[in-house]
Design a protein around this ligand. Structure first.
Ligand code: NAD
Ligand code: MG
Length: 389
């Protein structure tokens, strides 16, 4: 990262989402440190226009090309370049006009722009965990080749990353990812079979986008995070443990070879890991609410219920087997969550769709990038056929 510029120019890919809007709050609070250089959204054009008029970025991209005329018109009097379409996301990611990309698009759609940023040597603050689930080996290898820092935004991985500062020469024995357990902690399949999308969208501790909120309710999110941790921190599957911690105060932990465990703690607020990733290696003062040990003074831990939340077990299989299996699982999960959000399948059907797709799609041990793309497509089609989407 460079100090040539008085402010760090941030390209927010997915600026209208939960992570994107919180990142803009961080930028608005620290105008001397950050500027918003690029803003992109898929189809929420009204919010994108509002953000562009407020933050005056250099470039705006609207993913859905049908929305281009409206965005272009609305920004006609501002000195802002407007592009549209999937390809434009990649082209803008390849432009040398920003200092750091915040990868905050949801799902597989975030992979290609992020690859482009790494390809031209831009540091990435990574919220989009699906990118690493699909092609983590290629992403991390490219990042190492191009000496590009990949700084996690996901709160668990930010916690681990923070615990590892100053520990570069010390071996990790294991990492412990904490999970809130989601809205259905303690529930059994006979209850889950009837839950509806409105209920599943109520997360106890975090307010997030729809897809990750459903993933949190099924525990798939924690499975995706195990795979994310493997690539970010170069771990073996057996070095990654999940523990349910319903208070979400400890964001995750690292255990070293001497048995010492470091944890990173705080109130659950995504603005903290976002700010940390944007400003890394500095910490920025803020007035976010602080954790008060006198208030929530009981921190509890329990084992995840793998029999009920079978998605976590499927993700562990994908983690252990590797190859294209995580990409296949991710694609089937995106289709299953999409269908659940439209009331097309029930909560437990999502697991069936993912499991069947993982069994069906051909296994590839060491996929090329194109084979990852293909595996994603094949798995999506197969899962969609199962649901008759
Ligand atoms: P969200 O649904 O709120 O926002 C997604 C953003 O991506 C929006 O700006 C949307 O316009 C854009 N987008 C969606 N589909 C697109 C497509 N096909 N092409 C281009 N842009 C597209 O999602 P979110 O909750 O902000 O999550 C973003 C990413 O961050 C996810 O990968 C999620 O797993 C990860 N994450 C989120 C949180 C959280 O608190 N929300 C926490 C940890 C990790
Ligand atoms: Mg997380």
């Amino acid at each position: 990262m460079t100090n040539e510029y008085p402010t760090r120019r941030i390209a927010i890919f997915g600026s209208t989402g939960s992570i994107g809007t919180q990142a803009l709050e961080v930028i608005a609070s620290n105008p001397a440190i950050f500027s918003a250089e690029v803003l992109t959204a898929y189809n929420n054009e009204d919010l994108l226009i509002e953000q562009a008029l407020r933050f005056n970025p250099n470039i705006v991209v609207i993913g859905d090309e049908k929305k281009y005329p409206k965005v272009k018109d609305a920004l006609a009097n501002a000195d802002i370049k407007v592009f549209a379409g999937e390809k434009a996301l990649e082209e803008v990611a390849s432009m040398d006009c920003y200092d750091l990309m915040l990868a905050a698009i949801v799902g597989y759609a975030g992979l290609r722009p992020t690859l482009k940023a790494i390809g031209i040597g831009k540091p990435v603050a990574l919220a989009n965990k699906e990118t690493l689930v699909v092609a983590g080996d290629i992403i991390m290898r490219k990042a190492v080749e191009n000496r590009v820092p990949v700084i996690p935004v996901d709160s668990e991985h930010s916690a681990i990353f923070q615990c590892l500062v100053g520990e570069t020469r010390n071996r990790i024995e294991k990492v412990v990812l904490t999970a809130s357990g989601g809205p259905f902690l303690g529930r059994k399949p006979n209850y889950l079979v009837n839950v509806k999308r409105e209920h599943a969208l109520q997360h106890p501790n975090w307010n997030m986008g729809a897809k990750i909120t459903i993933d949190s309710a099924t525990l798939m999110n924690k499975g995706l995070e195990m795979i994310e941790a493997k690539w970010l921190f170069n771990l073996k599957p057996e070095q990654i443990q999940v523990v349910i911690h319903p208070q979400s105060i400890i964001h995750s932990m690292v255990q070293f070879e001497d048995g010492s465990i470091k944890a990173q703690m705080g109130l659950p607020d995504m603005k903290l890991p976002i700010q940390y990733a944007l400003a890394f290696p500095k910490r920025v003062a803020n007035n976010f609410p602080r954790y008060d040990f006198k208030k929530v003074n009981t921190l509890t831990f329990e084992e995840p219920d793998l029999r009920t939340f079978r998605n976590l077990g499927l993700a562990m299989t994908a983690l252990n087997k590797g190859g294209n299996l995580p990409a296949v699982m991710n694609a089937a999960n995106e289709i299953a969550v999409y269908a659940f959000l439209r009331n097309r399948v029930n909560f437990l059907d999502m697991t069936e769709v993912i499991e069947k797709t993982m069994q069906k799609v051909n296994f590839i041990e060491s996929p090329t990038l194109d084979e990852y793309f293909e595996s994603d497509g094949v798995a999506r089609n197969y899962a969609a056929d199962l649901i008759k989407l």
